[in-house]
Each structure stands twice: as structure tokens, then as C-alpha cells.
Design a protein around this ligand. Structure first.
Ligand code: NAP
Length: 484
């Protein structure tokens, strides 16, 4: 068998059947670590994408009439199937997106937990009854029954970095709410996404209820997002892609989870050892390829030397290398992403930043890099690197830290390290972000907490209950009772 024949081409799920595209074109994935080619996915045609959407529209009608209990049963079964396939899916994630094997396994387990919790939470979804008489005396005979109905067909578009978890975090809440889904995974991540849908199919997925669309966003993206059968777009990815989708979607509602530049603000009275530990794990796990990674440190100048020393010391215990060896810092997703991070580091050094640690590259692998004395004229102060580099910006006061934090176009999360809770809450209130972590690293989860970004970091709220609500539409039925 020659090399080309041995590469598996994964099919897509369309209205209950696993198929190859009539385009006869496939997209070959390159492993980030250079450990071979994990496989190929189909480049679907517009006609196939159209079939996916019409099939989903049809399937939703029956699904939307089912009880929450019946919908929950599919989700429980999906979670069980995922756990049965845990080892093979984790290995696929590892090979396809270069995530350490233990983290990839955790991603599958977390996803199964997410799906089960979603099934439970969905069963508790309820509407409300509003008494008309509480507004003015002339309305006393009116009652509004406010129910939550499915929106219809949800287009779920996911990024490469959590190819299973961030996909299921859209699909499961959409399904429990009574929607159908057309799921387009990131191209690099599409094999992991396909394996996850395989588990859902084994769980007894009704035909067409979730259709899988594979192909490059640059080729089929516009057709998908402007298709008239899409009722809501739930997207996670870069801010530029998200903004472009939002513009083109026009009146179709969007939920967007986008980029971040999360600061860790370290005050004079902070526990510097704890702050350093959280900065290292928050900034470098999965090589910084996390939306909520700590992407800059703002520290009061007179504590900066000690903090930088602590961070450097803790960075020495990071394991750098191959995902197969469970390294913390592994090769980045592709060469373009690696070149971008290298460019940011070079720009900072040219403008006077001090390399405390790292700044070494082997292929797509960048060693964890700590840059001190970063200033506002350096691109690294503002850009999201999505790689293993942390810039330290020294500030004179708390107000300067708040100003620099808020000057960013992003507003996902922020960490504040201090022993003074009152001060932490005051600063938190002034930060233009979706979530503030006091004395902890920025991170998503636990998954039932509300999760949102402001400014260029997103639109809408997720987190299990919020995700379910976000993918329903309120329907108001007014009862006009006869008086007397
Ligand atoms: P990306 O390049 O924006 O891609 C995200 C998804 O959009 C992929 O499925 C991609 O498909 C698709 N896409 C690209 N162009 C499209 C178009 N014109 N129309 C429709 N879909 C299109 O992002 P990424 O590199 O995968 O992920 C990294 C980014 O995601 C980072 O900025 C990170 O901060 C952000 N992120 C945010 C969160 C959050 O919760 N806020 C979580 C995780 C990641 P292709 O792969 O085929 O191009």
C-alpha cells in the first residue's frame, strides 16, 4: 500500500448516512508535531451543505415536539458513547491539534460531564406566568404565558483548540432546547469533531437532527452563514472571523465567543508565589492556545522583580516537547501561527523588552517565553499571541493597571491578585471584561458558570443554563379572561 492510500479519508454525516463528497476533494491534515498525517476530511459542495440545512430543518419539527425527558435520553447515551470511545478520541485530538494526551483525555471526560449536566439542566427549563394586573388596573383580566421555544436550526462553528469540548458545548444545549444543528468544525480539528459525532450517531441520533459539514471556512463559510434556513449562529473562534460572520449574518441572531488578552493584575500585597503559579499554568498550558490564557501581566513596579523571578523559577518545571509525552508546551497548530508568535517576540525585543526565559524555536515548537519590561509601543502588549509567551508590563499604580487593561480591544476575563478583597471588587467592577477571577487564573468553567466576553471578545452569554436559554426564543401567549 502506498502512503497516499494509507491515509484515512473521514466521511461526513448527512441525514443519517456517512458519505464522501461528490466534489471528490479531500483536505489533508498535517500533525502540528510533525508526527504524520492524522487523516483527511471531505471538502463538501454547496449542494451538500444545502442538503445538510434542509435535512436539519425537517428533523427539527419532530424533535421540537419531543419531551425534555426524551431529548435528555439521547444526551445521556451520547455521553456514555463518548466515554466508551475516550481513548481513541483523545488520541485523535492529540495527533490532530497537538494537545498532550492527558489533557486530551480530560477534554473528552469534561465533555461527557458537560453533556450529562446539560441533560439535567434542560429538564428544569421553564417559562413564567405574568399577571397583567400588576401593571395597571385595566389589565387585571390578562395573563401572559411566557414559554421558551427552540429557535429552529442552529449553525454551530467551532475552533481548533478544543475540537470536542467547544463543539459539544454548542450542540448539547441546542439539542436539549429542541433545536436541530448543522455543525461545522474547524478544518484542523474536524477529525476529532467527526469522531465525536460518530459517538452521537451510535447513541441513536435521529436522521438529520445533527448534520456534519466539513470543508474550509474560506470556501463554504459565506454560503453557510448566509443560508436562509439558519436560525441562529453559535460561533467560537478569532475576533476577525467572528466580526465578519456577524456582519454577514445580518438579522440572524449570533452568539460569539472570540479572542482575548486576559491580564493578570498583581498588586503590592499579593501572594506572589500563588500569583506566579497561576500565571505559569494559566499562560502556558496547551502552549497558550486557549482563549482564556493569561496573555499579559500587569504588576506594580516595586514587586515586579520578585514576581518575575518567581515566574521564571516555576517555568523551569514546565515540560516542553511532544504531545505523546504529555508535555505542557507542545508545537503550535501550524507554521503560520508559530511565525506570528515569533514575530511578536522579535518586535518586543527590538523595542527593548528583556527576555527572561525562552525565545527558542524548533519547527512549530516555541519554548515558553517570558518577556519583562514590555511597554505599550510593542505589539505583544495588545495582540493575542495564541502561543507560549507572557509579556510583563510594569505599572506605577492600580489605576494605571486598570487603564492599560481596559485599553485593549478585548474583554474576556481578568485576574486580580491581592489580599484586599474590597480593593479587588472595586477593581473588578472597573474592568471591561466578562468575568473577573480574584486570586485565581483566568479560565473557562466550571461549565455551569455563565461565560461571556465583551468588546471584541464576544456577544451573548454561554455556560450550560445560559447556553440553553440563548438558543431558545421566548414566546408570549396572552390570555384575556372574561371579567365577572
Ligand atoms: P478561526 O480561524 O477564527 O476559526 C474558527 C472557525 O471559523 C473554524 O471552524 C473556521 O473554519 C471557521 N471559519 C473561518 N472562516 C470562516 C468564514 N468565512 N465563515 C464561516 N466560518 C469560518 O479561529 P481558530 O484559529 O480556530 O481559533 C482560535 C481563536 O479562537 C482564538 O482567537 C481564540 O481566542 C478563539 N477562541 C475563543 C474562545 C472563547 O470562548 N471566547 C474559545 C476558544 C477559542 P476553518 O478551520 O475551515 O477555517
Amino acid at each position: 500500500m502506498n502512503k497516499v492510500e494509507s491515509i484515512k479519508a473521514y466521511p461526513f454525516l448527512l441525514n443519517g448516512e456517512w458519505k464522501s463528497s461528490t466534489s471528490e476533494r479531500t483536505i489533508e491534515m498535517q500533525s502540528p508535531s510533525g508526527a504524520g498525517i492524522p487523516g483527511k476530511v471531505q471538502a463538501m459542495t454547496e449542494s451538500e451543505v444545502n442538503t445538510a440545512l434542509t435535512g436539519a430543518k425537517d428533523a427539527q419539527k419532530e424533535w421540537g415536539r419531543k419531551s425534555f425527558d426524551e431529548r435528555a435520553r439521547l444526551l445521556y447515551s451520547w455521553a456514555d458513547q463518548l466515554l466508551l470511545m475516550k481513548d481513541e478520541i483523545a488520541e485523535t485530538i492529540m495527533k490532530e491539534v497537538g494537545k498532550g494526551l492527558a489533557s486530551a483525555e480530560k477534554e473528552v471526560i469534561r465533555t461527557a460531564d458537560f453533556i450529562k449536566y446539560t441533560a439535567e439542566e434542560g429538564k428544569r427549563l421553564h417559562g413564567e406566568l405574568i399577571n397583567g394586573g400588576s401593571f395597571n388596573s385595566g389589565s387585571a383580566n390578562k395573563f401572559a404565558l411566557v414559554n421558551r421555544n427552540p429557535v429552529g436550526v442552529v449553525l454551530a462553528i467551532s475552533p481548533f483548540n478544543y475540537p470536542v469540548n467547544l463543539a459539544a458545548a454548542k450542540i448539547a444545549p441546542a439539542l436539549i432546547a429542541g433545536n436541530a444543528v448543522v455543525f461545522k468544525p474547524a478544518t484542523q480539528g474536524a477529525i476529532s469533531g467527526t469522531r465525536m459525532i460518530e459517538a452521537l450517531d451510535k447513541a441513536g441520533l435521529p436522521s438529520g437532527l445533527v448534520n456534519l459539514v466539513t470543508g474550509k471556512g474560506s470556501e463554504i463559510g459565506d454560503y453557510l452563514i448566509t443560508h436562509p434556513l439558519v436560525d441562529l449562529i453559535n460561533f467560537t473562534g478569532g475576533s476577525d472571523t467572528g466580526k465578519s460572520i456577524s456582519e454577514k449574518a445580518s438579522m440572524v441572531p449570533v452568539i460569539l465567543e472570540l479572542g482575548g488578552k486576559d491580564p493578570a493584575i498583581v498588586l503590592e500585597d499579593a501572594d506572589l508565589d500563588k500569583a506566579a503559579s497561576d500565571i505559569v499554568s494559566g499562560g502556558f498550558s496547551y502552549s497558550g492556545q486557549r482563549c482564556t490564557a493569561i496573555k499579559r501581566v500587569l504588576v506594580i513596579d516595586n514587586k515586579a522583580d520578585k514576581l518575575v523571578e518567581n515566574i521564571k523559577e516555576k517555568m523551569e518545571s514546565l515540560k516542553v516537547g511532544a504531545p505523546e509525552d504529555n508535555a505542557d508546551v507542545t508545537p503550535l497548530i501550524n507554521r503560520k501561527a508559530t511565525d506570528f508568535v515569533t514575530g511578536l517576540i522579535e518586535d518586543a525585543i527590538e523595542k527593548g523588552a528583556r527576555v527572561v526565559s525562552g525565545n527558542h524555536r524548533e519547527g512549530n515548537l516555541i519554548y515558553p517565553t517570558l518577556l519583562d519590561c514590555v511597554t505599550k509601543n510593542m505589539a505583544i502588549a495588545w495582540e493575542e499571541p495564541f502561543g507560549p509567551v507572557i509579556p510583563v508590563i510594569r505599572v506605577e499604580s492600580v489605576d494605571e493597571a486598570i487603564d492599560i487593561a481596559n485599553e485593549s480591544q478585548y474583554g474576556l476575563q481578568a485576574s486580580i491578585f491581592t489580599k484586599n478583597m474590597e480593593q479587588a471588587i472595586r477593581i473588578g467592577n472597573e474592568l471591561e471584561v466578562g468575568s473577573v477571577q480574584i486570586n485565581g487564573k483566568t479560565e473557562r468553567g466550571p461549565d455551569h458558570f455563565p461565560f461571556l466576553g465583551v468588546k471584541s471578545s464576544g456577544v451573548g452569554v454561554q455556560g450550560i443554563r445560559k447556553s440553553i436559554e440563548s438558543m431558545t426564543r421566548e414566546k408570549v401567549t396572552v390570555l384575556n379572561m372574561s371579567q365577572g
